[in-house]
Write a protein that binds this ligand. Structure first.
Ligand code: ADP
Ligand code: ASP
Ligand code: MG
Length: 469
């Protein structure tokens, strides 16, 4: 019997109707004698609302917070009434929703009184989207007479480090616990419904795996359970040559190697969480990206070493928006051994991830790309560590930039790819601020002003005729 871990993204659980659709997908798979673990995201838009509320809570009053929680209950109750037919199940789920939101309200009011939000309390707030969506999905599965049980990531046994906001799983203990808790259920044909995105430290404090982290939850569970495949259900047919919202004629890529998919996940912005493939690569578990609105389509299959099969040089192009560029200048960095390592060391110690680096041969300048939400913290960290110590004279930043990445395994050793890309940019009069090509040669990425992003993606898609792939 095959075990499949199925993750349903926010858009797949956006409405009561879509929740019934996914329940049907699960029921059909059970009928085909698959063992299924379900991982759910928060309803579309809820995690963003929670983030906003967490950031604003310290400036708000109790009344405003209650207004928010009232709306949150109303939205989830309305969705659950559409998703679930059985009145008893409906009632049970409504009670869970109300109890869960009450707990959230207490935390938000706490934040408002203390006037401060820590990464720890923010993660706790952010965890509520999934804690509210999972019971509704559980109810919809009950409706279809499936045997099912609901778990938070913590209850399922996922343990992480304490890097709140971007926690990483501790795989050995996680695998041991998940196997112990979920495997016996699967053997009895029970469908575990697990909240995506959220987990806990060894001490039981709630953590999140980073935005879009439900993909990661699914792959972590798949390794722990030695599943046969992971299916990431979303609102498009699979991984496409670019975001179909930017280029509507974008084509689905039927197959990708892990290497290509990792490159796309890191640079493909939304399509998949950047760390999600880490656990499955070693375990060689194939991952499929599929469309809930088009389940007949088999989607994109990501598995071991298929790179050589296709002939396209560039297979996909992506724009990553929420980034910022930092420039560090200092004449004294020229020829000074260890000057780069100081920069990387201080950022590493502060858990600030560098997405892209480029340096000039003159060595008087380092440019870095980081997530935009980390800009303030990164600047102050660098200023405290580097300014006035004789090495660096100036640290500046730009937050209106984006990264454009062109990807494809066959770029390796092919001449003229960069020249075609940059000629296309020149023709559109787009100015390039920074360039990097990983030594993997699986991608070329560069930084431009965010306002030029869409035009740049469209131009590259056209230059490499990706709509004819
Ligand atoms: P989910 O809620 O299912 O996790 P996301 O919004 O995180 O969905 O990701 C799916 C969206 O990613 C699609 O609707 C699409 O607009 C966007 N996207 C960006 N780049 C790509 C790509 N190369 N292939 C497919 N989807 C992409
Ligand atoms: N709900 C979380 C987010 O919006 C996790 C996810 O959707 O994967 O980031
Ligand atoms: Mg996602």
């Amino acid at each position: 019997m095959k075990t499949i871990v199925m993750k349903f993204g926010g858009t797949s659980v956006a409405t009561g109707e879509s929740i019934r659709r996914i329940a049907k997908i699960v029921a059909d798979s059970i009928e085909k004698e698959y063992r299924v673990v379900v991982v759910v995201s928060a309803l579309a838009g809820i995690t963003n609302q929670l983030a906003e509320e967490a950031n604003q809570a310290k400036k708000k009053g109790e009344k405003q917070i209650q207004e928010f929680t009232r709306k949150l209950i109303a939205e989830h109750v309305a969705t659950s009434r559409k998703a679930i037919e059985n009145k008893n199940t409906q009632k049970q789920v409504e009670q869970v929703i109300k109890k869960t939101v009450n707990a959230l309200e207490k935390v938000l009011i706490g934040i408002c009184y203390v006037g401060e939000i820590t990464p720890k309390s923010k993660d706790y707030v952010m965890s509520f989207g999934e804690r509210l969506s999972a019971p509704i999905v559980w109810g919809a599965l009950q409706d279809l007479k499936l045997r099912t049980q609901c778990f938070t990531g913590k209850e399922a046994g996922i343990v992480t480090d304490e890097n709140f906001g971007e926690a990483a799983p501790l795989m050995n203990v996680t695998a041991h616990q998940v196997k112990g808790r979920l495997k016996p259920l699967l053997e009895r044909n029970v469908v575990p419904v697990v909240t995506g995105y959220i987990a806990a430290t060894q001490d039981g404090v709630v953590t999140t795996l980073g935005r879009g982290g439900s993909d990661y939850t699914a792959t972590i569970l798949s390794v722990a359970l030695a599943a046969d495949e992971v299916w990431i259900w979303t609102d498009v047919d699979g991984i496409m040559t670019t975001d179909p919202k930017i280029v509507p004629s974008a084509k689905m890529l039927p197959q990708l190697s892990y290497g290509e998919a990792v490159e796309m996940a890191i640079f493909g912005a939304k399509a998949m969480h950047p760390s999600a493939l880490e656990p499955v690569i070693e375990a060689r578990i194939p991952v499929r990206i599929r469309n809930v609105f088009n389940p007949k389509n088999h989607g994109t299959l990501i598995e071991d070493g298929e790179e050589a099969k296709s002939k396209e040089v560039v297979k996909a192009v992506a724009m990553i928006k929420d980034v910022a560029m930092i420039n560090i200048r200092g004449a004294a960095m020229v020829g000074a051994p260890g000057s780069y390592s100081k920069v990387f060391d201080v950022l590493g110690k502060n858990k600030i991830n560098i997405m892209m680096v480029s340096t000039a041969v003159s060595e008087a300048n380092i440019s870095l790309i980081i997530r935009r939400n980390l800009l303030g913290r990164t600047l102050s960290t660098l200023e405290i560590a580097l300014l006035g110590r004789g090495l660096v004279n100036e640290i500046s930043s730009e937050d209106d930039v984006c990264v454009i990445a062109a990807m494809g395994a066959n770029m390796k050793g092919t001449f003229g790819v960069a020249s075609r890309i940059f000629t296309a940019m020149a023709q559109k009069k787009i100015n390039i601020r920074m360039i990097a090509q990983g030594s993997s040669e699986l991608n070329i990425s560069f930084v431009i002003k965010e306002k030029d992003g869409i035009a740049a993606v469209q131009a590259i898609h056209k230059e490499f005729k990706l709509d004819q792939i």
